[in-house]
Write a protein that binds this ligand. Structure first.
Ligand code: DQA
Length: 138
């Protein structure tokens, strides 16, 4: 999870929903367990820390679910880091970025992902798991 997502639950609830990051991580972990996966969750407000995490953890991972927050819209660094993992990644947005401000409608990270799920609040993370599961078992 990218910048500011640690504030979920308190931050613009009408836009992002009422669930906290903890709630979302619990939902993802529980769903992943049913599908036979273990999830390592990470959030940072710092772009470089996310890159470090991806570089380190991708060695022993099968796939990535990422909500890059505002980094989505301008971080070529994150785009490259995702691509360099060589893992299937799914980009998730709680809000529908396609119907918000023009600058939010652009994702520079999505081209490094196999899918983008936007506007489904926390259910988008469950869908992302299903997309990854299909990809890994397809
Ligand atoms: C977000 C959308 C981004 O534009 C925003 O900067 C976020 C959250 C979402 O989940 O809808 O931090 O990624």
């Amino acid at each position: 999870h990218g910048p500011n997502l640690n504030l979920l639950g308190a931050r613009e609830r009408l836009v992002y929903g009422a669930k906290t990051l903890e709630d979302i991580e619990a939902l993802v972990k529980e769903t992943a367990k049913k599908l036979g996966y273990e999830v390592k969750a990470f959030q940072s407000n710092h772009e470089g820390a996310i890159v470090d995490f991806l570089q380190k953890e991708s060695q022993k991972a099968e796939g990535i679910i990422i909500n890059p927050g505002a980094l989505t819209h301008y971080s070529y660094t994150l785009h490259d880091a995702l691509r360099d993992t060589k893992l299937p990644a799914v980009e998730v947005h709680l809000s529908d970025i396609g119907s918000r401000e023009p600058w939010r409608q652009v994702s520079v990270t999505a081209p490094a992902c196999i899918a983008q799920i936007s506007g489904k609040k926390d259910a988008g993370y469950v869908e992302a798991l299903e997309v990854l599961h299909k990809k890994l078992n397809g």
